[in-house]
Write a protein that binds this ligand. Structure first.
Ligand code: C2E
Ligand code: MG
Ligand code: MG
Length: 632
């Protein structure tokens, strides 16, 4: 309901209340008037009776010689004036209007006129005349008594008083009812209005303020902060792979997850600010800052709160989110600027692989713009086959034989120059090209591998990197089997590398995908192992054959004893789980030697060979002593 309607209805209800009160007031006045009149009439008629009695007594007293003629005349005059007042006085109209009263008064008045001479002529000795007058008077006393009893006292008055009481009660009930129903109506209207407003400004799923309300909240917060010369932070939160969870586990799980996220965010920000849901899996938090460092602290706390496992009926989910933060007034003065910058920072976090929590930095906008341009070029590059795959051999560390090759994407754009594969993947994921790019890489690598198999390297395997988004989409097994069919490659020679965080969603959905791939005969390697968040116990549940130790651990091997013991632990763990370990990024002989000593089976690195084009790789394979044999 809009404000205009509400004001209108409130005015109507108030008018209604006011008119009810007014009529109640009028009713009471009437009741008061009527009861006052009844009393006045009663009083007037008793007075008349009283005057009659007093006149009669004065006559008796005259006859008994206890009073004199003057007293009789006085009582007579008083009686007459009482009759005149009753006949003429406006205030006595109700008395005259009573049935039988007026004729009686008129009759009595003419009688008084007739008596006047006799009364003034009365003397103490006129006993007979006195008695005669008293007898005539008795008739009027009786009449007055009867009228008085009939109209102004006894049952009739009680009945009238009952009616008045009844009217009073009825109008009280009437007013009470009206006021009660009026206030009830107003209350319902206000409640309805409140509910409508709530629904218009809140997200029904999580109960958080929605986008529309968020703009009001941020405007208010900005005005206040500006007045107080303070600072505030805007944190933009986006869940990783939410679409995949929704698609693979169903909307109910997705909804529960969003509710849980909303609770955690609200709980974490507490009184320091407000949370809103902008839509989908996008949340935004406004934080009032007392100290500028609080922003980064809060972003980290929000991230931690979101990273805790969420319990599901059959298992649990480890959500991961990216958070981008912008600051007022440092990064922008308006809501739009702050939002856009927080969004940029969030995108940066999402695709940087380095961090999940990112503060906006000047220059990020340009990077985003560049990515938009890159996306356009990338789409053309995929369509026009301008991308390339380089291959880096993976060696058996003890024999030096090539076990497999890893296909690595290369894009040397005519317009933008060389773009690192990580950036290419990020651009593709941001702009909906990941699926096509992935398919291109897969089929290109499988086709090339098939050629090498044909050429006499039947033992060779190919490792293809799969971007997390594709893995989460859940259709990977279908795509892979179609590519294998098209290229004629044997499934057992394909290894899919998934990054560690991809498997974080240890949900039925991702486990199913892994299982389906394994059933096709494909091997799965967990890439960049050690940098993500997989727990060792988590590893046990995943149908994975290979672990690739991240190159950062290999780089630290000869200098940091902790890296050595970690690598040792990973190798023995993999042994226990029947997994093969590959060390990435071997650049130094010492690293090679140490890894060999530690029992690491496979290795890859610039020391042995850099990634190279397919032709160079073919030449390298030609030198292999197994060249021409079908298996190793
Ligand atoms: P990755 O899968 O871990 O690949 C290994 C990376 O380490 C490659 O970087 C490789 O060139 C590099 N590398 C190999 N040996 C050494 C060494 O001795 N020292 C050092 N410093 N680096 C070494 P590259 O080719 O730049 O690829 C980077 C990442 O991009 C890959 O990491 C992978 O995650 C991703 N990537 C590459 N190609 C693809 C692709 O076709 N699809 C997907 N989804 N991701 C890809
Ligand atoms: Mg890899
Ligand atoms: Mg790696």
């Amino acid at each position: 309901m809009n404000t205009f309607k509400l004001i209108g209805l409130t005015i109507i209800t108030l008018l209604f209340g006011a008119s009810s009160l007014y009529s109640y007031h009028r009713d009471l006045e009437v009741v008061r008037y009527v009861s006052a009149t009844i009393k006045a009439i009663g009083w007037a008629s008793s007075e008349l009776e009283m005057e009659l009695l007093k006149f009669d007594q004065s006559l008796t007293a005259l006859a008994a010689r206890t009073s004199d003629e003057a007293n009789v005349q006085l009582r007579f005059e008083l009686l007459w004036s009482r009759i005149d007042t009753l006949l003429a006085g406006e205030e006595n109209r109700p008395v005259r209007e009573q049935p039988g009263v007026l004729p009686m008064l008129k009759n009595f008045s003419s009688q008084l006129e007739l008596w006047e001479e006799r009364v003034y002529a009365l003397r103490v000795d006129d006993r007979d005349e006195i008695m005669a007058l008293r007898q005539e008077l008795a008739h009027y006393r009786k009449l007055a008594r009867e009228i008085n009893v009939e109209n102004f006292s006894g049952d009739k008055v009680w009945q009238q008083l009952d009616i008045i009481q009844d009217i009073r009660l009825r109008s009280s009930l009437y007013l009470g009812g009206l006021l009660l129903s009026g206030s009830l109506m107003l209350l319902l209207l206000l409640r309805e209005n409140h509910r409508n407003r709530h629904m218009a400004y809140h997200d029904t799923l999580t109960g958080l303020p929605n986008r529309m309300f968020f703009y009001q909240l941020i405007d208010k917060a900005l005005n206040r902060t500006q007045r107080e010369r303070g600072a505030l932070a805007l944190h933009m939160v986006d869940l990783n792979s939410f679409k995949a969870i929704n698609d693979s586990l169903g909307h109910e799980v997705g909804d529960n997850l969003l509710r849980e996220i909303a609770n955690r965010l609200s709980h974490t920000i507490g009184k320091q600010g407000r949370v809103a849901r902008l839509g989908g899996d996008e949340f935004v938090i406004i934080q009032q800052l007392e100290n500028i460092d609080d922003a980064e602290l809060m972003a980290a706390q929000l991230f931690d709160a979101l990273s805790r496992d969420v319990k599901l009926p059959d298992g649990c989910l480890s959500p991961q989110a990216c958070i981008g933060t912008s600051l007022y007034p440092e990064h922008g003065l308006t809501a739009a600027e702050l939002l856009s910058h927080a969004d940029t920072a969030m995108y940066y976090a999402k695709h940087s692989r380095k961090t999940m929590v990112q503060m906006f930095e000047p220059g990020m906008d340009e990077r985003r713009l560049r990515r938009q341009k890159l996306a356009v070029s990338l789409q053309a590059a995929i369509e026009q086959d301008q991308l390339e795959l380089h291959y880096q051999p993976i060696f058996r560390l003890n024999s030096g034989d090539i076990e497999s090759v890893e296909a690595l994407l290369r894009w040397n754009s005519a317009e933008h120059g060389f773009i690192s594969p990580l950036e290419v993947i990020a651009v593709a994921e941001q702009h909906g090209l990941a699926h096509r790019l992935n398919e291109w890489v897969l089929s290109q690598a499988c086709r090339q591998m098939h050629r090498w198999h044909q050429a006499g390297c039947g033992w060779l395997k190919v490792n293809v990197n799969i971007s997390p988004n594709i893995f989460m989409e859940g259709e990977l097994a279908l795509t892979v089997s179609a590519v294998l069919r098209d290229t004629g490659l044997d499934a057992s020679t394909l290894v899919l590398e998934i990054t560690e965080d991809t498997s974080m969603w240890d949900t039925a959905g991702s486990l199913d995908t892994l299982q389906e791939l394994r059933e096709l005969g494909i091997e799965i390697a967990l890439d960049d192992f050690g940098t993500g968040y997989s727990s060792f116990s988590h590893l046990r549940q995943l149908p994975i054959n290979k672990l690739k130790i991240d190159k950062s651990f290999v780089a630290d091997l000869s200098t940091d004893p902790r890296a050595e013991s970690l690598v040792k632990t990973i190798i023995s763990l993999a042994d226990n789980l029947n997994m093969t370990v590959t060390a990435e990024g071997i650049e130094l002989v010492e690293q090679h030697v140490l890894l060999q000593q530690l029992g690491c089976g496979l290795g890859q690195g610039y020391l042995m060979a850099r990634p190279m084009p397919a032709e160079a790789m073919s030449e390298l394979l030609l030198q292999d002593k197994r060249y021409g044999s079908r298996s190793a």
